[in-house]
Design a binder for this molecule. Structure first.
Ligand SMILES: [Zn+2]
Length: 476
């Protein structure tokens, strides 16, 4: 079972060969901190959280870097609207982002550099690009990257010149070229009062601030010295951001490989792309007010990361119901100790579920299939838990360990069910007592008493299913 990853660069699923002795460098483009994070961010960062968790569960060491874009036109504009200093505003939004990501249960990156803390790295790589004749000073004082200097430009997005909109083109000497992009924006003419805003820096080219794309190349050259193994981000970053980053990184240092490019599909809400600029979004914190973080996680996992995600509250509620059913199965069964597990000989059922789980994960993180495996496993446990207690409990152990790889089932089942407004946690001990009493009445052929208990359980939302030799229950 080898992990296969769809590489956006080659457009095929490639085997992920990697030495366990080495550390996997994962770089994911982070958030521009001008507003609260929304469900589009949740999808991307939840997915890469699962990539990291899975690689770690396979025994790999990871070095996860996610930048914070804390300088940008939108940030400056929003800070001005708020009558707030740019640095204060972006610092505040970055800390709100961290709160949301923590509440979502995301693993923290190993490094989370801000652009404002990386200016010297940015200046250093721009200097290199100028020295390598891949960047030049424009008449207006801006530093531009020369698209012409990188022969393979366009390889990631597979954009042909003919596909470009006119505004992205410029003609020079009758040749059509891709538009050179800004590495460093000249701000020497900025008014004195705006300079106090702390959003400009001194450089060898005068006062200015970095363009957007260069920050990622500068940061990943610093934190991933030997190159990037997995570079991630939302599909909307593929062009121009990642295309430009690929060009810059190669032109800074030709020995800087970026092996696998991974992109998450866009999130669609109300038939439109989720976007702050289109004012079409739901914030993570608003979603967390109504739903448990694991419900949100499980919901996103039900769509493959590369597919568009159509947000729909009805489907979110369905995902919640499935997760509740799985948690109920966990609650009904105690976790067995490893000592007892060793004594159980027949591992065919366990191995079958294990194979299904890993096959799905190794197939380019096919999490919708993984969700089905978890659900089927819980249904199987529920089917056998009275007839084969040992196997049922071992399978619950497996269910928990699969879930943990995905960041699921981290709550105590009672707590989870209580938080999700189910009556299970409060009534479970009563239900178990009534079930035992009913079994006694049935054994002693006291049918009317047994029927009374059946009716009582029904008022607690519990349905009894009588089989030949045993009785099981399920929630309505
Ligand atoms: Zn980036």
């Amino acid at each position: 079972m080898v992990l296969k990853i769809f590489n956006s660069l080659t457009k095929i699923k490639e085997k992920f060969f990697f030495s366990y002795k080495k550390i996997i460098n994962i770089y994911v483009c982070g958030v521009t901190t001008y507003d609260f994070c929304h469900i589009g961010h949740a999808r991307t960062f939840l997915f890469f959280d699962i990539v990291i968790r899975y690689l770690q569960s396979l025994g790999y060491q990871t070095n996860y870097i996610r930048n914070i874009t804390d300088i940008d036109d939108k940030i400056i504009h929003r800070a001005q609207m708020n009558h707030e200093k740019v640095t204060n505003f972006s610092w505040r939004m970055a800390s709100e982002m961290k709160k949301d990501f923590y509440a979502l249960g995301l693993l923290e990156p190993n490094y989370e550099p801000k652009v404002t803390e990386s200016i010297s790295d940015i200046i250093l790589v721009i200097k290199k690009l100028i020295d390598n004749k891949c960047a030049y000073v424009e008449k207006n004082g801006d530093i531009l990257f020369s698209i012409q200097s990188y022969q393979k430009y366009g390889q990631l997005s597979r954009r042909l010149l003919s596909c470009f909109h006119k505004q992205n083109l410029e003609t020079l000497n009758n040749r059509i070229l891709f538009k050179d992009f800004v590495l460093w924006k000249n701000c020497s003419l900025v008014k004195q009062e705006d300079k106090i805003n702390e959003s400009i820096w001194m450089s060898p080219w005068g006062l200015g601030r970095p363009g957007w794309h260069i920050e990622c190349s500068a940061i990943n050259h610093r934190y991933c010295v030997n190159g990037i193994d997995i570079h991630g981000g939302g599909i909307d970053l593929l062009f121009p951001h990642h295309e430009n980053e690929l060009a810059q990184s190669f032109c800074i240092n030709q020995n800087f490989p970026i092996r696998y490019w991974m992109h998450t599909g866009m999130v669609i809400l109300n038939k439109k792309k989720v976007s702050k600029s289109l004012n079409n979004f739901i914030t993570i914190r608003n979603l967390l007010l109504k739903y448990h973080p694991e419900v949100i996680r499980f919901y996103f996992l039900n769509t493959h990361y590369r597919h568009p995600f159509y947000y729909n509250e009805k489907n979110l509620i369905s995902a919640k119901k499935i997760l509740i059913r799985i948690y109920r199965v966990i609650l009904k069964n105690h976790v067995i100790s490893l000592k007892d597990a060793v004594n159980y000989q027949d591992n065919s059922v366990r191995n079958n579920f294990k194979k299904q789980f890993y096959n799905a994960m190794n197939d380019d993180f096919n999490t919708p299939n993984v969700c089905s495996v978890l659900y089927n496993l819980s249904k199987y446990i529920d089917k056998i838990y009275l007839t084969n207690i040992l196997l049922a409990r071992l399978l619950v152990n497996d269910l928990l360990s699969f879930g943990n790889i995905l960041g699921l089932f981290t709550s105590h089942p009672k707590k989870f069910l209580f938080k999700n407004n189910t009556t299970d946690s409060k009534n479970l001990s009563i239900i178990n007592e009534l079930m035992e009493l009913r079994i006694y009445y049935r054994h002693t052929k006291q049918w009317s008493q047994a029927d009374k208990i059946r009716k009582k359980l029904l008022t607690l939302g519990v349905i009894i299913e009588d089989k030949k030799n045993n009785s099981k229950y399920r929630f309505i």
